[in-house]
Design a protein around this ligand. Structure first.
Ligand SMILES: NC(=O)c1ccc[n+]([C@@H]2O[C@H](COP(=O)([O-])OP(=O)(O)OC[C@H]3O[C@@H](n4cnc5c(N)ncnc54)[C@H](O)[C@@H]3O)[C@@H](O)[C@H]2O)c1
Ligand SMILES: O=C(O)[C@H](O)[C@H](O)COP(=O)(O)O
Length: 326
C-alpha cells in the first residue's frame, strides 16, 4: 500500500480523496524536516502545509514520488531539487483565489474605515475618539496591484465594482490584457507607489520579489496609503514597514503573512495600532480549504498512480528519466 504523509491535518475532503485512492495516510504534525522525516522516509507522497522541504529531505526519501501543496505558494519547497529528482510539485491554482481576493478586499475596507482601531477603543469605553479616526471613502480611489495573476485579477474586478480605478504592475502579463479591462498598465512599480491609495501585493515570494517593497518604496507612497499583503512575508521588508507605520509615512498596513509564522507575540509590528493582522488565513475559508485539499490530494494520488498530473509548478519534471516511459 502506498503512503502519503501530511504535515498538518488536511481538510476532510482531501483526506477522502486519499482514502478513496487506497493510500495509507499519516500526519506528522510538524513541517520541520527533522521532525517529519521519520514519517516520510518510506513514503510515496508528502503534502506539506506550514514548514518546508529541502533537497536533503527529498534525497532521504527514496520512494518519494509527489509533493503536494494545498495552495499556490511554493516558496517552502526546493522546486529545483524536486525537478532534478523527478518529483512533481502539485499546486492548487485557482482553488483559493476568490477567498484571498475577498480577504484583501475586506482588509481594504477595514483599513479605510479605521475599523479595527475603533472597535478596540470602543470596547475600552472610548466613544469620544469617533471624531479622530482616519476613515475615508473607497469610491473614486485608486488600487495599485502588484501582481496580476489569479488573485490580483479577481481583486481588480471587486474593486472596479465599488468605483475604484485600477493600476497594474506585472511585467509578465500583456499590456493589452490589462488595458482591455479598463485598467492602467504600469511598466514599473513607480507610478503605483506614487499614485495609488491602496496597494495590494499578489506576487510569489522569489529571489526577485524579496524586499520588493522596502524603505525607498514606502517613502514614495501617499501619507494616506493603505498597504495590503496577502501574498507572503518577505516581499515587504518588515523592519522598514514597522518604521514607516510608526512614523506615519503611510496610514495603515493589513497583513495576512509574515516573515516568521506563527508571528511571535512580541513582534514589534503587533504593538502598532495602524496595522491590521490576520493569521495567514486569507485562504482558510471553508470553500477554499476544501478546494485546495481536494486538488492537492487528487494530484498526489494521480502521480503516485503513475499519471502525469497537469497542475504542477514544475512541468519540466516530466522530462526526467523517471517519467520516460509514462
Ligand atoms: N495568504 C494566503 O493564504 C495565500 C493564498 C494563496 C496565495 N497566496 C500567495 O499569493 C501569491 C499569488 O497567488 P496567485 O494565485 O494570484 O498566483 P498567480 O501565479 O496566479 O499570480 C502571481 C502573479 O505575480 C506575477 N509576478 C511574478 N513575479 C513578479 C514580479 N517580480 N513583479 C510583479 N509581478 C510578478 C506573475 O506574473 C503572476 O501574474 C502566491 O504566490 C502565494 O504566495 C497566499
Ligand atoms: O499559497 C497559498 O495558497 C497559501 O498561502 C498557503 O497554501 C496556505 O497554506 P496552509 O498553511 O494553510 O496549508
Amino acid at each position: 500500500m502506498s503512503k502519503v504523509v501530511i504535515t498538518q491535518p488536511l481538510h476532510k475532503d482531501g483526506m477522502a480523496v486519499l482514502n478513496a485512492a487506497n493510500l495509507e495516510t499519516a500526519v506528522s504534525n510538524s513541517g520541520e524536516p527533522k521532525e517529519y522525516l521519520p514519517f516520510v522516509k518510506d513514503a510515496d507522497g508528502l503534502i506539506i502545509r506550514i514548514g518546508h522541504i529541502d533537497r536533503a529531505t527529498m534525497e532521504a526519501c527514496p520512494n518519494l514520488k509527489a509533493i503536494g501543496r494545498p495552495g499556490v505558494g511554493v516558496d517552502n519547497v526546493d522546486v529545483k531539487a524536486a525537478t532534478e529528482l523527478g518529483i512533481p510539485v502539485v499546486i492548487a491554482p485557482g482553488a483559493n483565489t476568490r477567498s484571498v481576493a475577498e480577504c484583501a478586499f475586506a482588509m481594504m475596507f477595514a483599513a479605510a474605515k479605521d475599523m479595527v482601531r475603533a472597535d478596540k477603543e470602543l470596547r475600552k469605553g472610548n466613544w469620544a475618539m469617533r471624531s479622530e479616526y482616519k476613515a475615508y471613502e473607497i469610491f473614486g480611489k485608486t488600487l495599485g496591484l502588484i501582481g496580476y495573476g489569479h488573485i490580483g485579477g479577481i481583486l481588480a474586478e471587486l474593486c472596479k465594482a465599488v468605483g475604484m480605478s485600477i493600476m497594474v504592475y506585472d511585467p509578465f502579463v500583456k499590456k493589452e490584457a490589462v488595458e482591455e479591462k479598463g485598467y492602467t498598465y504600469c511598466e514599473t512599480i513607480e507610478p503605483i507607489l506614487v499614485n495609488a491609495d491602496v496597494i495590494s501585493v499578489h506576487v510569489p515570494l522569489t529571489d526577485k520579489t524579496r524586499n520588493l517593497i522596502a524603505k525607498d518604496e514606502l517613502a514614495k507612497m501617499k501619507k494616506t496609503a493603505i498597504l495590503i499583503n496577502c501574498a507572503r512575508g518577505g516581499i515587504i521588508n518588515e523592519q522598514d514597514l514597522y518604521n514607516a507605520l510608526k512614523n506615519n509615512v503611510i496610514q495603515c498596513a493589513a497583513l495576512d503573512v509574515f516573515d516568521k509564522e506563527p508571528v511571535p507575540a512580541d513582534d514589534p509590528l503587533l504593538s502598532l495600532d495602524n496595522v491590521i493582522v490576520y493569521p495567514h488565513m486569507a485562504g482558510q475559508t471553508k470553500e477554499a480549504a476544501s478546494n485546495v485539499a481536494t486538488m492537492a490530494a487528487k494530484g498526489v494520488a494521480a502521480i503516485i498512480a503513475g499519471e502525469k498530473w497537469p497542475y504542477v509548478c514544475n512541468p519540466d519534471v516530466y522530462k526526467h528519466p523517471r517519467w520516460a516511459n509514462k
